[in-house]
Design a protein around this ligand. Structure first.
Ligand code: PAF
Length: 279
């Protein structure tokens, strides 16, 4: 696997591949790779000719410096995993390569960045769009792959692609779960053994909604699942919402129309999110 660290190297490489008629599949990550990321790489391999993965812990999307500091960075292990799945290129820039000190970024996202995760983490999605835009500029992807685990992030990036008329297709890949249902996340390593058991309540609350979908009203489903979570030991509920799938408004989903249920909760110092699509 090629490891490229500068904008000019990755840009020259991907442009050269495109001139040869190759399709670039791009998987942006912040490292600490798990099976969820590997499934994105595998999908990218199926759907493109050259797979570029980036590992960059993006400072502008963290509003808590402690969270940024403690974000896991097992780079040697990440490289070994990418090599094992035959990823073609790793783009591994330093912060100075991606940002100058006086940069400003503000993209109108029609309020999508201010609800749910965005409410809890102000500025987070501005930071995400800022870095994803830069990464798209330097990697020239034909298709970019994102995990459904960060569902709101996918909707935000879709909005950016529409607004800026970017020539990249987006593919959302299903959540990969542990055998007991916990959605894989780089943050799971921070859970104590007790919290790891308690964390299952998130998935269980979503399953409860799924089972009742089409049988009970949206309001009742939301109320019952929220009560279940609030009674679950160790869980501090951030939100549980049933929303319209694109604009994520919680006042529009009706029984029998597609929706998405999204949940966020903290266990000790660790904040987890999960979601489920409702047909
Ligand atoms: O989902 C992530 O890991 C990050 O938000 C992303 C898309 C790589 C941007 O930093």
């Amino acid at each position: 696997m090629k490891i490229l660290r500068t904008r000019s190297e990755i840009s020259a490489y991907t442009l050269q591949q495109k001139q040869q008629g190759k399709r670039i599949g791009f998987v942006p990550t912040m490292g600490a790779l798990h099976q969820g990321h590997i499934s994105l790489i595998n999908l990218a391999k199926n759907k493109s000719d050259v797979v570029v993965c980036s590992i960059f812990v993006n400072p502008t999307q963290f509003n808590d410096p402690k969270d940024l500091e403690k974000y896991p960075r097992p780079i040697e292990h990440d490289i070994a995993q990418l090599e094992a799945v035959a990823c073609d290129v790793l783009f591994l820039p330093e912060v100075e390569e991606m940002y100058s000190s006086d940069e400003k970024w503000e993209l109108a996202l029609d309020g999508l960045d201010e609800i749910l995760e965005g409410k809890h983490r102000p500025g987070h999605y501005q930071g995400v769009t800022q870095i994803v835009f830069k990464l798209f500029q330097y990697t020239h992807p034909d298709i970019a792959f994102f995990g459904q685990k960060d569902y709101q992030q996918v909707m935000v990036i879709e909005k950016m692609v529409q607004k800026l008329k970017l020539a990249v297709a987006l593919e959302m890949c299903p959540i990969i779960r542990e055998a007991d249902g916990l959605a894989m996340s780089s943050r799971n390593v921070h859970l104590s053994p007790t919290e790891r058991v308690q964390s299952l309540a998130l998935y269980q609350s979503l399953m409860q909604i799924k089972e009742g979908w089409g049988k009970k009203s949206v309001e009742i489903l939301k109320q019952e699942a929220t009560e279940f979570l609030e009674k679950s030991p160790g869980i501090n509920v951030g939100y549980l919402e049933i929303c319209a799938p694109k604009d994520l408004q919680n006042n529009s989903p009706k029984e029998g129309t597609p929706a998405v249920a999204l949940v966020a909760a903290s266990l000790g110092q660790t904040r987890l999110i999960d979601n489920i699509l409702l047909p």
